[in-house]
Design a protein around this ligand. Sequence first.
Ligand code: NAI
Length: 464
Amino acid sequence: MTDTYDVAVIGGGPAGYVAAIRSAQLGMKTAVIESRGTLGGTCLNVGCIPSKALLQSSEVFHQAKHKVEGLGITYENLSFDIKKIHAHKDKVVKELVDGVAYLMKKNKIKYFNGLGTLLGSQKIAIKGEDNAEISAKHIVIATGSAPIEIPTAKFDHKDVVDSTGALNFAKVPKHLVVIGGGVIGLELGSVWARLGAKVSVIEAADTILPMMDKDVIRTMKKTLGKEGLEFHEKTMFKSLEKKPRSIKVVCEKAGETIELSCDKMLVAVGRRAYTDGLGLENVGLVAEKNGKIKVDHKFQTAVPGIYAVGDVIDGPMLAHKAEEEGVACMELIAGKAGHVNYNAVPNVVYTWPEVASVGLTEQECKSNGMEVNIGKFPFTANGRAKCMAETDGFVKIIADKRTDSIVGAHIVGPSASELIGELAVGVEFSASAEDIARSVHAHPTLAEVVKEAALGVDKRSLHS
Ligand code: NAI
């Protein structure tokens, strides 16, 4: 006899496992199906979490090497052990994925370890460690995304790697060439540059981080340049040639050929929606040209009863966006008012200094014909940043000229990923710049830079 569920979620990443928890909280009998062998998806296993562990270790090493002398600290023979750095990363990942398995048990969610394939609008086959056929009134596709492979740079998962491979180099590369100056390229490029690799980033667009605010890009190029990253912009990767001890990377810039020689190459040119083996065709679903599954405002696909959330649908491929969609989708299934405010989704690049933003860039406001007031305040004028010797960067707040509502905020600087929280809440609550400017911020804190930028929208910053 087949087991029957109210909700079956295919995919146990941030979209899927969070959806399953919310579903169970709402009293629905829930199953989650995952083929990786561990829960947590790309984010916990081979994405956000392991990369942040490496960023943390490499940042502390880099700070100790280049910055702590300014704080009055000296040391002898600073070094690192790459095996121990990987061990720290692997321990964090294990604790978190085990934690998700615990949450499934705690919420009485049935976890199937295997590949889920749609057999019908209410039927799923599971093959793998667990083999079963189940039925569910509602099926949620949360199968995520996978790295895009360039035909002329096939992954060998040793020297030519995707983001997963670049998390696991057994020793620091001598020269790492990164194809793609996006989020992954810069984060993982930073890790290995801080640990001593020469890092060259090849970016086809006019600039690295092409979607970011122009002021942010300018500052990032300068600070990452200081960290040792070298940028080749307006440069298209063409091909590679493997030699006995190196890789020849061939690129093209303004009609001219550029060649680089390296020992490792990371290809980070974006991710594609992942629906391999899912059996979309069995239920009459066709993925869009970019591989994504089309859904309506209630996350419902073209097949009634089948929903999709996370990287597999439109929008930025971000774990927190995926989680919110998982929650909202379940609330809608349960007849409640689930909703995701896409204008208030923060975006973070975990380099150092970090980059964080929410809402529109100044350039987007201009091209939308929106008149804005802008306040900008540097970390150089902030007491806490000075004490930390971390004064690179700024906070920039963009407000609608008519209403003073915050429509965008951009931060480059220490702890930008934490500081953006206040501004994301501001956008969610339709706060004006004046609301932030009149809120008391503790002194001395980095958050005072946010307040000063908000004051700057009305040209009345106090400390500049
Ligand atoms: P991305 O889309 O951020 O950047 C890829 C870059 O590669 C683009 O700038 C593009 O112009 C460039 N490119 C494409 N083809 C090229 C070629 N042949 N030669 C040279 N340059 C080329 O993609 P990325 O970095 O792979 O990240 C994938 C996804 O994962 C993104 O959606 C990102 O938001 C998400 N992610 C988010 C993180 C975060 O929130 N901190 C961390 C890691 C990933």
